[in-house]
Write a protein that binds this ligand. Structure first.
Ligand code: AMP
Length: 126
């Protein structure tokens, strides 16, 4: 089944300027902004500007330029947020994906969480 993108999702509205956001960093193909309900002292969402529903969709269909731009943006956000390993204490990057990944907003986004220890990754119940 092909990926289908819902252009009414909240991050699409942010990209169109229809609702405000707290921008941390912006580049040609990528936008990063503060999560509205932060789960850690640093909680930034990094999104591609293109219409990709998930990390797998993005990695399958985005152009090389978009992928490079997104990846470099991760570094910029971590630098701005003071969580890079060379100058800070690190971070956790999370891409919730689909139903099992419990993804709420169907526009690919990478959570950057830091500013405190993030604890164990997941509960081992499998
Ligand atoms: P996920 O469950 O991975 O899809 O996460 C969606 C994230 O988007 C949650 O952490 C929300 O707090 C965040 N979020 C929802 N609406 C907004 C908004 N308008 N601005 C910033 N973050 C938002």
């Amino acid at each position: 089944m092909p990926y289908t993108y819902d252009s009414q999702n909240i991050f699409a509205k942010i990209l169109r300027g229809e609702i405000p956001n707290s921008t941390v960093y912006e580049s040609e193909h990528t936008l990063a902004f503060k999560d509205i309900a932060p789960s850690a002292p640093v909680h930034v969402l990094i999104i591609p500007k293109g219409p990709y529903v998930s990390f797998d969709h993005f990695s399958a269909e985005a152009s090389d330029a978009e992928i490079v731009d997104f990846t470099r943006s991760v570094n910029e956000v971590c630098k701005i947020s003071g969580v890079r390993m060379d100058a800070g204490n690190g971070f956790r990057a999370i891409a919730n994906t689909g139903r099992d990944g419990v993804q709420d907003v169907p526009h690919f986004h990478l959570h950057i969480l830091g500013g405190r220890s993030m604890g164990r990754m997941v509960t081992k119940t499998a």
